[in-house]
Design a protein around this ligand. Structure first.
Ligand code: AMP
Ligand code: MG
Length: 520
């Protein structure tokens, strides 16, 4: 296998387009993307030009028309045979500069110096209708020089899981990459069983990750590291461009974004499942919906991922883990932060040590919104009130989503639905409700309830519903359950009678036995 990016010189050689697979140019009716590929243009040496592998029988399974519109793309052209050929990787559209990006990463705490896009290709970048630069990338588009032992492919089920959960997160207002399309390839993918193959088209604010910086830092390629960092600044923190101290400021900005992101995850009970540093973005978007899942009964120790045997990425560990990942970013940035290693280390440490307070502030803001509280009381008092509520949920194994949501009913004077969640001990929540009401001193209960409902979803991508939708799509070629679930997830804060079933928790048995898997 070609060992990519062995040194700067080899990198430059490897970065010239030498694909082993060639795709024909797209036919005339192909969709127009208007690509502007800054990564390929500015970061030579940080990627390998590479083409997606053609697939035998592409079939469009799902297209995100709303996102296509946001990107200024013609959905009808994307859904046409020429468009599907592009989305399958069978035709490279005009203006694309397909590349496989280099990155490293700490996986479950251990460092892998070379990961990279082993089953992904960045097709190019477009500037969307709001002027935001967005990556358009494939996942499952065949082997690349970074594939190591992998086949470079993705199976339909995990591709559709990424569609569903990404759209759900987006509708919740949580920063996330999003799926533009899912195309079945007509090719089998060999995992534990034989599965239908698929290609996901993913849209991201960028695919820069902590592991991107680790890659160049570990190789001692400081100048390339600096170019990548300045590229990240131009893309995500343009106010810092050209300033002294900008690389430390970049670290702080990433810390701030990740603190906000993980606090939002914790609010909705999202468990990422594989928070390796290669899955921690610089943009602050959620990325890589592999073994992710949502909490049912509130319990910080919850782990669903089959490969997370020690519970490293348990729900309650996520804030600490993201700080650990940010410390890896800090280490990678050291040579840019200060020429004097001791001073660089001290400044980086200060930034990382500031993270817990940064996170606590974000988490308290999330909790206050969910409790329908302003910031009139002290932080400590409100945190204690929220902690006692979370402890109640935990002690009584209350469903995280419904527990929070039924506070809106309680605020409006209907306490029965909330008390019913406490099983044999409905009165257990009463003393806390008294404190909460006293703190809120809501002049207008209906308005208070409305604020709480707007901060606490009723419909989330419940694990059993996601599995049900994926089984129908993959095993029975029936997209109905997935489309119905997506429609409900689009409006997660609206309580509608027709979605009542989707809002219900899984049985305790289902959740106790539920396991998620990595393999996209
Ligand atoms: P992930 O756990 O999905 O974030 O992937 C971690 C690393 O494994 C990345 O470098 C991926 O490109 C690589 N990888 C995962 N699955 C495959 C596959 N089927 N073929 C090639 N590379 C893969
Ligand atoms: Mg990944």
């Amino acid at each position: 296998m070609l060992r990519p990016l062995a040194d700067d010189r080899a990198t430059r050689t490897a970065a010239t387009p030498v694909p082993t697979t060639t795709a024909p140019a797209a036919p005339a009716a192909a969709p127009h993307f208007g690509f502007d590929n800054s990564y390929a243009r500015e970061l030579e040496g940080a990627y390998i030009a590479w083409q997606p592998s053609p697939v035998p029988a592409p079939k469009l399974v799902w297209l995100n028309r709303a996102l296509a519109g946001e990107l200024g793309l013609d959905a009808a052209a994307l859904a046409s045979p020429a468009g599907v050929a592009v989305l399958a990787g069978n035709a490279v559209p005009e203006g694309a500069a397909p590349i496989a990006q280099a990155y490293a990463g700490h996986q479950f705490g251990g460092f892998s110096p070379q990961l990279g896009d082993g089953r992904a290709i960045l097709l190019g970048e477009v500037v969307d209708r709001l002027g935001r630069r967005r990556d358009i990338a494939f996942k499952g588009s065949g082997r690349t020089p970074f594939s190591r032992g992998g086949d470079g492919k993705a199976a339909l089920g995990p591709v559709l899981r990424e569609v569903i959960v990404g759209e759900a997160m987006h509708a919740l207002g949580i920063p996330t990459t999003r799926a533009l399309a899912a195309v079945a390839t007509g090719e089998p993918v060999f995992r534990d069983s034989v599965l239908p193959g698929a290609v996901l088209t993913r849209v991201a604010a960028s695919h820069l990750r902590v592991g991107t910086f680790e890659f160049f830092a570990a190789r001692g390629q400081t100048e390339l590291l600096r170019r990548v960092a300045d590229y990240a600044i131009a893309r995500h923190d343009p106010d810092l461009a050209g300033r002294d101290g900008r690389h430390l400021a970049l670290l702080r900005a990433v810390c701030a974004r990740q603190a906000a992101l993980v606090a939002r995850w914790m609010g909705v009970g999202f468990i990422h499942g594989v928070m390796n540093t290669d899955n921690t973005t610089i943009s602050g978007e959620t990325i890589d919906y592999g073994p992710c899942a949502f909490l049912e009964a509130h319990d910080p120790a919850t782990v669903f991922s089959s490969i997370d045997q020690l519970g490293r990425y348990a729900y309650g560990n996520q804030p600490r883990i993201v700080q650990w990942n940010l410390a890896r970013l800090a280490e990678a940035l050291l040579p840019l932060i200060d020429a004097d290693p001791a001073r660089a280390a001290q400044q980086a440490n200060e930034a990382i040590d500031a993270f817990p307070a940064q996170y606590r502030a974000q988490w308290l803001a999330v909790l206050r919104a969910k409790l329908g509280l302003d910031d009139a009381a002290t932080d400590d008092a409100d945190q204690a009130l929220a902690d006692d509520w979370l402890q109640l949920l935990r002690t009584h194994r209350v469903d995280h989503t419904l527990g929070w949501r039924r506070l809106a009913d309680a605020a409006a004077g209907r306490e029965a639905p909330l008390r019913a969640l406490f099983g044999a001990e409905p009165a257990a929540v009463d003393p806390w409700l008294v404190r909460w009401r006293a703190r809120a001193a809501a002049a207008d209960p209906a308005a208070w309830a409305g604020r709480i409902a707007a901060a606490n979803p009723i419909v989330i991508a419940r694990n059993h519903r996601v599995e049900e939708a994926l089984a129908a799509a993959v095993e029975h070629d029936d997209l109905g359950p997935m489309l119905r679930l997506l429609a409900a997830l689009e409006r997660p804060f609206d309580e509608r009678a027709e979605d009542a079933e989707l809002a219900q928790p899984a049985s305790a048995d289902f959740s106790a036995g539920y396991r998620t898997f990595c393999g996209t």
